[in-house]
Design a protein around this ligand. Structure first.
Ligand code: RIB
Ligand code: CA
Length: 312
């Protein structure tokens, strides 16, 4: 089977780490590069965490670039209550000796797409600041993208606020630029994000495996469970799985508008679920249609991740 060319944009936190470990190890994925964005924690820490995770995955020489240090308009607002003060479960793993690619994120994304003779899928797993800047700086290259499969948004309710999912809420203007770009988009949002979960027994089994990747993954899960007190979602990983195995999710197509007003709905992804008829409101009429994941094959998603991480 031909490998899928992916570029991941991450705000490495714990579930970004689950996604990176998987993307670096799965045989059907050609991980072209990784870009870092301010999100779960500050950009400096996201870079440190991302390089550590690639070490744990035993990844080869994959280019990693840093991007935006903060959202386009809002001040940064972090999620360390979930991801730990270092954003990676405070595991105390050693710093990586990997060198950062000198190019800024938007240039690395451009160069990787331009250099690829095969289609490329962009998989943002954090706030969409880097992606918005890339779309505005290099629209001709963006038009060559096969698809953007993003973790973000919600066709129902939020997690950062009652209305908004964290990645979109962190930078609503960036999200509005991405959703209205015309690039084909799959939204892997909160409607499915929490479904694929792992428990303490699975974490212990991964730690007992004894290899670097599985014990790192197992310890991350154990930290996460300690934070939240119950089994934990594989989160961002699901978007990567959806990018290479879309058959593991079921989708509906909605016109999506991002609320960028400064009210209680800021950062909401308004999915128009009405039986569509032209109500004359240009905001909705002109919004591009988005494939929204509404259900996932939970056991298949979990097994795919566990098999890939443990190398079985
Ligand atoms: O709302 C969930 C998203 O916010 C995930 O990407 C998680 O890593 C955080 O960035
Ligand atoms: Ca993330």
């Amino acid at each position: 089977m031909a490998k899928k060319n992916l570029i991941l944009d991450v705000d490495t936190g714990i579930d970004d780490a689950f996604a990176l470990l998987f993307a670096a190890r799965h045989p059907e994925i050609n991980l072209l590069g990784v870009t870092c964005v301010d999100g779960n924690t500050n950009l400096k820490q996201v870079v440190i965490n991302t390089l550590k995770v690639l070490d744990a995955a035993g990844a080869g020489d994959i280019p990693v670039s840093k991007g935006a240090t903060r959202p386009l308009i809002d001040e940064p607002r972090y999620a360390e209550h979930i991801h730990g003060s270092d954003g990676l479960g405070d595991l105390g793993t050693p710093l990586s000796t990997r060198a950062l690619d000198p190019r800024p994120a938007v240039e690395l994304i451009r160069d990787l797409i331009e250099a690829s003779s095969e289609p490329v899928t962009l998989v943002p797993l954090g706030p969409l600041t880097n992606i918005a800047l890339f779309l505005r700086a290099f629209p001709e290259t963006a038009a060559k993208l096969e698809r953007i499969v993003l973790m973000g948004g919600s066709a129902s309710s939020g997690n950062a606020t009652p209305a908004a999912e964290f990645n979109v809420w962190h930078d609503p203007e960036a999200a509005a630029i991405v959703f209205s770009s015309g690039v084909p988009i799959t939204m892997y949002g909160l409607d499915v994000f929490m479904e694929p979960r792992v428990n303490a027994a699975q974490a212990a089994a991964l730690v007992a495996e004894g290899n670097t990747c599985s014990s790192f993954a197992g310890r991350l899960i154990e930290h996460f469970i300690k934070q939240v007190g119950h089994e934990v979602t594989l989160g961002d990983y699901g978007a990567v799985a959806s990018a290479i195995k879309p058959e593991l999710s079921t989708y509906e197509t909605f016109k999506v508008v991002v609320d960028t007003t400064f009210g209680p709905g800021r950062g909401q992804t308004l999915c128009d679920r009405r039986a569509w008829k032209d109500d004359g409101d240009a905001t909705h009429v002109n919004a591009p249609a988005v494939k929204v994941a509404m259900q996932v094959d939970v056991p298949a998603m979990i097994n795919l991740w566990l098999e890939t991480i443990s190398g079985k």
